[in-house]
Design a protein around this ligand. Structure first.
Ligand code: BTN
Length: 276
């Protein structure tokens, strides 16, 4: 048994999918990487791994996830989807919805979700999700749902290029402890995953679509290495973005970056979630 398992403590004992137990570490390179390279952690059901400090946090598209000088949430939920393995691409959307719901219940306003994984407050990124997976047996997969939330301090703590794009909960007027954010995310993720496992995917994706407020917006997206422009019409049951191209074809955008085109022509409120 790895020494790490000895440090695991109970968190939400009644949870089946997310945050049943907790491994808290003072410092790690990346909570996602730690989970992926440690089979004992990866096969512990509903384990949540949290670090006070990450020295090499990773984001999507091979980017770094910058920590900043203040206290923030860096955590990875280990989730075993069992017979829902074929739906792995939707897990990022489920986690995005849970994160949105958690921040909203903690008092955030002007929230929105930018597909697939960014949570914005007033158009500035406050949290991100990186889902990675690895088999734990010939038939079972573990999904590591890595979540980073900027909690304390203001955006001046981030590198210059991010200062206008990023924000923190504190900067948005929310005085909330890192562990309260963690606990609320665990509760909301458990709720969403219970619904997912009871066959409510369609309803969950409809909710996601409403909260993302992206339907009808023009975006730039990559199709076979070529940039195209189109209008978002929804998400499909696999979590792909449906985009109506200028050629009247519907494209299913699976990964990669999207950019909201023509933002300068749009009212700022177009990228915001409903007010509480
Ligand atoms: C993104 O928006 O690019 C995703 C960011 C995900 C960051 C979190 S922080 C905790 C977990 N560990 C990592 O190394 N990354 C994720």
């Amino acid at each position: 048994m790895t020494d790490l398992l000895k440090k695991v403590t109970p968190l939400f004992r009644d949870h089946v999918f997310a945050g049943r137990s907790l491994l808290f570490l003072d410092e790690v390179d990346s909570t996602n990487l730690l989970c992926l390279r440690t089979p004992e952690l990866l096969s512990t059901p509903a384990l949540l791994v949290q670090a006070a400090v990450q020295t090499k946090g990773i984001g999507r598209m091979g980017r770094q996830w910058e920590g900043g000088a203040s206290n923030h949430l860096f955590c990875s939920f280990i989730y075993h989807p069992e017979n829902n393995s074929q739906k792995i691409p939707v897990i990022t959307l489920l986690a995005g919805l849970a994160l949105y719901d958690a921040l909203r219940s903690l008092g955030a306003t002007n929230l929105s979700i930018k597909w697939p994984n960014d949570i914005l407050i007033s158009g500035r990124k406050v949290a991100g999700i990186l889902c990675q997976s690895k088999p734990v047996s010939p038939t079972n997969l573990a999904v590591v749902i890595g979540i980073g939330v900027n909690v304390q301090g203001d955006s001046m703590q981030f590198p210059r290029k991010l200062q206008k794009k990023a924000t923190t909960l504190e900067e948005q007027g929310m005085n909330v402890a890192v562990n309260s954010v963690r606990d609320e995310i665990a509760r909301c993720l458990e709720t969403v995953l219970v619904r997912f496992h009871s066959g409510q995917l369609k309803a969950i994706l409809d909710e996601w679509t409403n909260k993302a407020l992206c339907i009808g917006r023009m975006i730039r997206f990559q199709n076979k290495g070529k940039e195209q422009i189109g209008k978002i019409t929804g998400v499909d049951m696999s979590g792909r973005l449906l985009v109506l191209g200028h050629d009247d074809r519907v494209y299913k955008v699976e990964s990669g970056e999207i950019d909201f085109a023509y933002d300068e022509d749009l009212d700022d409120s177009d990228n915001r979630g409903p007010e509480s």
